[in-house]
Ligand binder design. Structure first.
Ligand code: HDD
Length: 743
């Protein structure tokens, strides 16, 4: 065919197609009825909770109830449009010169679609890049009134909040259960302005002066040449820095403890770290440290679990938080304060309150509860809320002021500054998640991404053209007035006070306050992490640091590394342990904990007991998940939520065995270790579930045929389903069967 004819045919075809589309009786054409499509065209809400998210059944899921409808701003309406509201007839083909191209530059829809996509990502946070957030409410107890005039702390005052939990080192796509400090940042949308408490789950920090923040972060982030390891501290640059920089030792002790591998964001304590200054109605001041105490208890993973989870479910903490809230198991924390007199030297019992590498033991200054935080609503859109939320330690309200902690002062610059790059300009406070709930009447104008259309002609003071507005408020009108603190007469220096010099007593206090099991975990963590270093000199240097913390800790880590124990010049000063530093205390609520139940899908009689157990577990607020050889419906209205293929022990806090299922057809033909021995009569994946659950010191219960799978031992209960569930719930309240680890 001649080329002219080809072009002519193609053009005619294209014109025909367009003509078809604009013919009035074609769905989508102007004036036509909305199309009747098989697919629903109504705006769709969030996916209904999955079967494993619907317990406990007595509580209504939150989404619809407490927040704006999740469908707001979804792909509403029948017709697709451009960003300018122009209806489109095709978004699947670019505009081409004939079906085989080339693509025409005039395709404005193609260019808009690709241009927007090209810019969908914003820079991740330089630290704390990976995290997850949730909405909630904070209710003041009124117990802080004698020390703080902040309105949101008054009795019964209810304040909306947004909380974001995070890891520090890993990038946005890294895993949740790495060994790391966790961020715990809370935005209180108070009537007097927004207050941000930007804390961590560890009460001390690596450095005393914020000018060293880039140094510790450069050391902790992956090696610059290969960008490995991701999200880990087990590498040479981290240990190089902290072994040379002994003020990090206290934080490193916490980092090597179970605190650095929390079971859940819900089971972490939170700390404001710095000392803050509170002001009461009479203008009197006190120094305080903020604490978040989880109602769920403070629980951690075992290191082996944490490592397995990183592969099996890298979103473990994010999923856990979302699922718990969706199922109505709303996590709660009490906000508490340790109060110290505001003396001129700002020390308490010899501890410099301006040194963020020090704690004040709770036995010396008890934590006094001042309010309750409840997280009760998941974000609708991860990017808009969790990613764009911007915290700042300088977001203060009347009654709460900063101290001269040099770490805090660097932060007062950094948090505003970083948002300019991350959120693209100075108007990030206008992004919905960052908007204050208090009325805003500022004179900030213009700039990138300005959302407001400001009226008036005089955004300056003083003015006469806008009636002299806005006016200054006095303290009585709710103005934030800095505490008129005397500043010491001094000379300019770049140095730290002598009271910052002791780097080893509090690390020793921490180690010696832990239970033997927790101490063992610290020893193993140091041995693991240093064992991953290549440079011998770094390991030896860190052992010299540990020698100044605790002789046994040092000796055991040295033994694990196969290195000599360094000499210590003098005997180490004794400390008085602080029992509050151990996590292994008391019994805790079990709501939201996950219990796996192994069943035999082909034994309907055995499933009756499973039904009983499931109801009892749900009544206690736990989330029972049924594990069978195959998915789908089982007898008695039960559904298999996990199969032997998809279940792994690390997902569960306890395991129940209602059966001893034989190897399913999809099981790998595993044989006993001895060559030629017959394959086990139990599905090998069930055997692994039981073995890991036992090794990780979790409660195990069994009845019926399930009892043949377990041996008697601590934390292994057998009997009828009702008794087994009762006993397993009691064990779960202590988190783990600690006797098993001690044995
Ligand atoms: Fe920081 C983020 C907590 C010291 C500079 N920090 C960030 C977040 C938390 C903390 C929880 C994440 C907030 C979110 O979810 O968006 N940071 C702390 C604590 C510290 C601390 C408890 C010590 C007591 N930070 C610290 C110093 C500096 C920074 C000393 C700098 C001098 N931090 C930042 C930052 C980040 C940040 C670069 C990154 C993203 C952001 O701020 O918004 O500005």
């Amino acid at each position: 065919k001649n080329p002219a004819e080809i072009v002519k045919n193609a053009v005619e075809k294209a014109v025909e197609k367009v003509t078809d589309l604009v013919t009035p009786d074609v769905p989508g054409a102007p004036g036509s009825e909305p199309p009747s499509l098989e697919e629903p065209t109504e705006p769709r809400g969030p996916l209904p909770p999955k079967a494993d998210q619907d317990a406990p059944e007595t509580v209504t899921p939150t989404g619809a109830e407490t927040g704006a409808p999740k469908t707001a701003n979804s792909q509403q309406g029948a017709f697709l449009t451009t960003a300018q509201g122009l209806r489109l007839y095709d978004t699947d083909h670019s505009l081409k010169a004939g079906p085989r191209g080339p693509t025409l530059l005039q395709d404005h829809h193609l260019r808009e679609k690709i241009m927007h996509f090209d810019h969908e990502r914003i820079p991740e946070r330089v630290v704390h890049a990976r995290g997850a957030g949730a909405h909630g409410v904070f209710v003041g107890y009124g117990s802080a009134a004698s020390v703080c005039k902040a309105g949101f702390l008054r009795e019964g005052v209810s304040t909306p909040v947004f909380v974001r939990f995070s890891t520090v080192v890993g990038s946005r796509g890294s895993a949740d259960t790495v060994r790391d400090t966790r961020g715990f940042a809370t935005k209180f949308y108070t009537d007097e302005g927004t207050f941000d408490l930007v804390g961590n789950n560890i009460p001390v920090f690596f450095i005393q002066d914020g000018i060293k923040f880039p140094d510790i972060i450069h050391a902790a982030k992956p090696h610059p040449d290969r960008e490995i390891p991701q999200a880990q501290s087990a590498h040479d640059t981290f240990w190089d820095f902290v072994s040379l920089h002994t003020e990090a030792t206290h934080h490193v002790m916490w980092h090597m403890s179970d605190r650095a591998v929390p079971r859940s964001y819900r089971t972490m304590e939170g700390f404001g770290v710095h000392t803050f200054r509170l002001v009461n109605d009479a203008g009197e001041t006190s120094l305080v440290k903020f604490h978040w105490k989880p109602k769920q208890g403070v629980h951690s993973l075992l290191w082996e679990e944490a490592q397995l989870i990183n592969g099996i479910d890298p979103d473990f903490h994010r999923r856990d938080l979302y699922d718990a809230i969706e199922s109505g198991a709303f996590p709660q924390w009490e906000l508490g304060i340790q109060v110290f007199p505001d003396t001129p030297d700002q020390t308490f019992e010899g501890i410099d309150l301006l040194d963020s590498t020090k704690i004040v033991p709770e036995e010396l200054a008890p934590v006094q509860p001042i309010g309750l935080l409840t997280l009760n609503r998941n974000p609708t859109n991860f990017f808009a809320e969790s990613e764009q939320v911007a915290f700042h330690v300088g977001h203060l309200v009347p009654g709460i002021d900063v101290t001269d902690d040099p770490l805090l002062h660097a932060r007062l610059f950094s948090y505003l500054d970083t948002q300019l790059t991350r959120l693209g300009g100075p108007n990030f406070h206008q992004i919905p998640i960052n908007r204050p709930h208090a009325p805003v009447n500022d004179m900030l104008r213009d700039g990138f991404h300005q959302d407001a259309v400001h009226g008036g002609v005089a955004p300056y003071r003083p003015n006469s053209l806008d009636g002299g507005c806005p006016f200054h408020a006095g303290a009585a009108d709710g103005a934030f007035v800095e505490v008129p603190q005397r500043v010491a007469e001094s000379v300019k220096v770049r140095e730290s006070p002598a009271s910052f010099d002791d780097h080893f007593t509090q690390p020793r206090l921490f180690f010696q306050s832990l239970s033997p099991v927790e101490q063992e975990h610290v020893i193993r963590a140091f041995t693991f992490e240093l064992g991953k270093c290549y440079e011998q000199a770094i390991k030896e240097r860190e052992l010299r640091v540990l020698a100044q913390v605790d002789a046994r800790l040092c000796a055991e880590v040295a033994a694990g590394l196969g290195l000599p124990v360094p000499e210590v010049a003098a005997e180490l000063p004794a400390v008085t342990p602080s029992p509050a530093l151990s996590q292994l205390t008391g019994t805790w609520p079990v709501a939201g904990r996950i219990v796996g139940i192994v069943v035999d899908a082909d034994d309907p009689d055995g499933l009756d007991g499973v039904r009983t157990a499931r109801l009892a577990l749900q009544a206690a607020g736990t989330v029972p998940l049924i594990i069978a050889a195959r998915g789908g419906d089982l007898a008695h209205g039960l559904v298999a939520q996990r199969t032997f293929l998809t279940a792994r022990s690390v997902e569960f806090d306890a395991l129940l065995l209602a059966a001893a299922p034989p190897p399913a057809p999809d099981a790998l033909p595993v044989r006993d270790a001895k060559a030629g021995a017959p394959a086990s009569t139990l599905d090998p994946r069930v055997a692994l579930l039981v073995e890991e659950t036992y090794r990780h010191a979790k409660a195990i219960g069994a009845w019926g045929a399930g009892t043949s799978v377990v041996d008697p031992g601590p934390g292994v209960v057998t009997g009828d389903p009702t008794d087994v569930v009762r006993d397993v719930l009691a064990l779960l309240g202590r988190h783990r069967v600690w006797d098993r680890l001690a044995a």
